[in-house]
Design a protein around this ligand. Sequence first.
Ligand code: 5AD
Length: 483
Amino acid sequence: MLLENRRWSPPQLEEARRQALAGWPTGAGVDLQDAYAFHHSLPPERVAHRKLQAGAAAGRIFLQPRAGVALLAEHIELLSTLETRGCADFLPTTIDSYTRQNRYSEADRGIEESKAAGRSLLNGLPAVNYGVGNCRRIVEAAGVPVQVRHGTPDARLLAEIALAAGFTDFEGGGISYNIPYAKDVPLEHSLRCWQYVDRLCGLYAEQGIVINREMFGPLTGTLVPPAISHAVGIIEALLAAEQGVRSIALGYGQGGNLVQDVAALRTLSDLGRSYLDRSGYQDVQLTTVFHQWMGGFPQDESRAQGVIAWGAATAALGGVNKVIVKTPHEALGIPTAEANVVGLLCTRQVIMMLAEQSLPETPGLQAEEAIIRQEVREIFDRVLELGEGDLAAGVVRSFAAGVLDVPFAPSRCAKGSILPARDRDGAIRLLNFGDLPLSREIREFHRQKIEERGRAEKREPGFRMVIDDIYAISKGMLVGKRK
Ligand code: 5AD
């Protein structure tokens, strides 16, 4: 069947569900009636979309860590520590890499080996292997909403099990969980798999159970210009809304330049809103999520704390509904519970101290916002045009043509011909435009910004500059300097 941005019919979903649920024995444990009853029994403070709605009305910024280990009891204990000592407003369940690649037999082995070793040998919780009943224990033990975070191009079975278990929030999308995460998965396939996930959320919504769907904003986390991640997030939001998703969170990964980041956060929520409204999805709830720096971190924990604090300040000044918090162990690997608590408390401290402060509207800020808006519009319009009006078809053709592109992505579906670099102030600009459909005016703006930096550093902008930027923060600065 042709890939189209059109809501799946009930028989189409039914047939697809039958196949997906047969993917691993635990699929047989999915019982929709039981799932609906469990969701209806959850109090509002443990339902993601309700908590987000209340927080947005009250102007609160919620904090959420990342966490997931191989063994269930340990995972539940870890989350309890993050909730009680870290005061996390939302809890995560980060899924391991085998599960992300649908390699459930290997995940099984990982569980057994972890039991034998007495510690987690997986980089997350293999939720599919545990199945509905076990996963529900995670949700039951938590006093706040729990979100599944992963990086799975085909998350059909994972979504079935997570939703049936009672998770009220599910991250990912057909672009953002493929292009940065996989090499060989066709976009058409991941888009279809995520139509399934979104339609499944739509099915729950028909029972009055609203699942929040978060789009993974940071993409490769490596110098992604805001307009690129905004365009991808907005497209994923529209695809999700078409399948019946009623609550969407759009994400953005911190770039490091305050003005650009604040402009990005402000434009993300109002561009997202206006694209949804214009497409007839006025009743879809929209919130935003800020990811503290997703690139390389300093090894030194005190320096890492500095990066975390700067992210916290940016989130507070930019205004956002939720922050995904880093830890001082970022450069070292999976953080301990303790390190995660440190990241949460540090972030909370800074955000609380900035609660009464806001950035003045400056011409610089307004100009930055205007640039992002124009870039998103130029990209989005061309995607729709290539799809001859169909957004899903447009996405596939646009990635093939380089009209949509993501820097440093491993996927063969992305052309990978754009190259970002920081300007003199550390804002992320484009050095190579690849085949992005950007106007002459926009290109000239980027060129001037990067040339200005080249003059200041007395060097020709080029690949060396990009490499210096990639490592800059881990070496203690924002703008990469020549050795
Ligand atoms: N527990 C905690 N953090 C994790 N991350 C990935 N897996 C886990 C896990 N199981 C974090 C990485 C990085 C981000 C992409 O996710 O440390 O910060």
